[in-house]
Ligand binder design. Structure first.
Ligand code: KIV
Ligand code: ZN
Length: 391
């Protein structure tokens, strides 16, 4: 792995599946895991094995079929969780146990009714125990986003001493600003003793809509793994969207940070997850939304028809979308109408277009969007119809 390679840790099947009402069965999870493996993710977090017999079964089934990616199971810093996770991962070619504990004062006081020293000890013991089953152990400091950096560094040092290979720094509540999250990663890189033995991982929630920005700021400041989900699904406002971080890095090559993702599978992957979970993707969702490559205003359409790059920073084919869409509405101009009319078989002269366009506007004021059938109807009811078909 080069030092500029960003590991993509997909948690669609664990954090993503925490969306209320979107539970997947084991067969659906296996299908998604197979596709994630083909997509090129480095790690698949397959579930939280101790949470239910169904989740245990899914993690075990995924461990058996995944060919390339590391398969990971989540645990709390609890011996039985770790033992059960190890058991569920026993068929994985590359197993990873993901264990951890809350480190913010709020978690320590209210959730654990404990104190900082005891939490450091529990972190150490959990990683050490996980290490007795697998070589690859990731430690998470839950609510690291609201944990003070000096204490967080001590917890990370304990996890490294116990053998952690990855340190996950979750902004569990989606609270941090990108500058704060980036500074946190930088602080840990510079102050944690033994940090060269582990990589830092970004796990950002989207409560303030900052998950993607925070993850990118994290890797710019030295993290080498991003935890994310397809379509950004997950608890509350969701997680970092895989398709977003991958495309940010691809579209900004000067950052010199790469992933192993086959981006042409992104759109199909998004549809698979949204269909399997029955969760609708908002049309304006970056990269994979239905409108991500659709142009509807006359000014934009004219530009895109002349040269796609005027209003598109991504070639739609790079993410598996066949072409940009020119959507006809009452805001569209003559260039868009001529373009769409040509696609359905009418080559219009300038004068014919003027006449058809007037008819089009009165149609478009009555209908939200004009489809191919409407175009035929508009042309057939125009004054110049006979002229067009006899040309
Ligand atoms: O958001 C979070 O803190 C988590 C951890 C369990 C990794 O999902
Ligand atoms: Zn999370």
């Amino acid at each position: 792995m080069s030092n500029n390679n960003i590991q993509i840790f997909d948690t669609t099947l664990r954090d993503g599946e925490q969306v209320p009402g979107c539970k997947l069965n084991s067969e659906q999870k296996v299908v998604i895991a197979e596709q994630l493996d083909q997509l090129g993710v480095d790690v698949i977090e397959a579930g939280f094995p101790v949470s239910s017999p169904g989740d245990f079964k899914s993690v075990e089934a995924i461990s058996k079929i995944v060919k390339n990616a590391t398969v990971c199971g989540l645990t709390r810093a609890v011996e039985n969780d770790i033992k059960v996770a190890a058991e569920s991962l026993k068929y994985a070619k590359k197993p990873r146990i993901h264990t951890g504990i809350g480190t913010s004062d709020s978690h320590i006081l209210h959730k654990f009714k404990s104190n900082r020293e005891a939490i450091v000890e529990r972190a150490f013991e959990a990683v050490k125990y996980a290490k007795s089953f697998v070589e690859d152990v990731e430690f998470y400091a839950e609510d690291a986003g609201r944990t003070d950096n000096e204490y967080l560094a001590r917890v990370c040092e304990a996890a490294i001493r116990a053998g952690a290979t990855v340190l996950n720094i979750p902004d569990t509540t989606g609270y941090c600003l990108p500058s704060e999250y980036g500074a946190k990663i930088k602080y840990l890189k510079e102050n944690v003793k033994g940090i060269e033995k582990a990589i830092l991982s970004c796990h950002c929630h989207n409560d303030l809509g900052l998950a993607t920005a925070n993850s990118i700021e994290g890797v710019i400041n030295g993290a080498r793994q991003i935890e994310c989900t397809i379509n950004g699904i997950g608890e509350r406002a969701g997680n970092t969207a895989l398709e977003e971080v991958v495309m940010v890095l691809k579209q900004h090559p000067y950052l010199n940070l790469d992933t192993n993702i086959n981006t042409s599978m992104l759109f199909g992957m998004s549809q698979l997850v949204s269909d399997s979970m029955g969760i609708y993707t908002q049309p304006n969702k970056a990269i994979v939304g239905a409108n991500a490559f659709a142009h509807s205003s006359g000014i934009h359409q004219d530009g895109v028809i002349k040269n796609r790059a005027t209003y598109e920073i991504i070639d739609p084919r790079d993410v598996g979308v066949t072409e940009s869409a020119i959507v006809l509405t009452a805001r569209s101009g003559r260039a868009a109408l001529a373009y769409r009319a040509k696609n359905v078989g009418y080559e219009l002269t300038k004068l014919q277009l003027d006449d058809v366009y007037a008819n089009f506007l009165s149609f478009a004021d009555r209908k939200k969007e004009i489809n191919d059938n409407d175009i035929h109807q508009i042309i057939e009811t125009s004054n110049v119809y006979q002229q067009i078909i006899s040309a």
